[in-house]
Design a binder for this molecule. Structure first.
Ligand code: ATP
Length: 191
């Protein structure tokens, strides 16, 4: 593999916004593979308890079934604790020393990059790819980050919105893949 996309996030639950980010990156950057790396605990959501790892993984598996260009990497779940991207990116750099790494982020995260753990090292190991998110300015992060923006398929959708809709008894069909909607319904998740 020569060009690898790493897509970190809570995926609580995975939704069409995430899948469109991955698809846009795959096409626009001609990636060989996009790895979805669900976080154990997000450093950006302190004190917020995510749904159990196994549940988030199950929904991700359903969303990505039959899509060999998208893979799930559970390394952050395996490490446990707060998940820092630098550790994940170091692992990819070690596993694929000849590959170019692209770390995918929504536009809401770009300005916070300098505050990420070990930012200078992170900026050396990976290029960041910012995907437009409706309502978020698409400004590049400050140096030393190498960064490019994609056209993407902007979709104003978030996992919090999906969780709110489930709690309010509103449908989530068309916002998540059908297999994910079915698993959420059948297992009464996020109620
Ligand atoms: P929550 O609403 O729970 O905060 P979220 O939908 O923002 O969650 P995360 O799983 O935390 O999703 O995000 C993973 C990554 O995907 C982040 O970089 C986030 O910016 C990006 N992302 C999520 N939804 C979209 C979207 N609709 N468009 C572009 N990027 C997105």
């Amino acid at each position: 593999m020569k060009r690898i996309g790493v897509f970190g996030g809570s995926f609580n639950p995975v939704h069409l916004g995430h899948l469109l980010v991955a698809q846009a990156a795959l096409e626009e950057l001609q990636l060989d593979r996009v790895f979805f790396t669900p976080a154990s605990e997000s450093p950006f959501k302190p004190g917020i308890t995510l749904a159990p790892a196994e549940q988030r993984l199950r929904l991700l598996r359903a969303a990505l079934a039959g899509q060999p260009q998208f893979e799930i990497d559970a390394q952050e779940l395996g490490r446990g604790g707060v998940s820092y991207s630098i550790e994940t990116v170091r692992a990819y750099a070690g596993r694929h020393p000849a590959a170019k790494l692209f770390y995918l982020i929504g536009a809401d995260h770009a300005q916070q990059l300098p505050a990420w753990r070990d930012a200078p090292n992170l900026a050396e190991l990976t290029e960041f790819v910012v995907i437009p998110r409706p309502g978020q300015p698409l400004a590049p992060p400050p140096p030393p980050f190498q960064c490019r923006a994609l056209q993407g398929f902007p979709l104003g959708l978030s996992a919090s919105q999906i969780r709110d809709r489930i709690r309010n008894g509103q449908p989530i069909d068309w916002l998540v893949p059908p297999a994910v909607a079915e698993l959420i319904r059948n297992n009464r998740l996020y109620l």
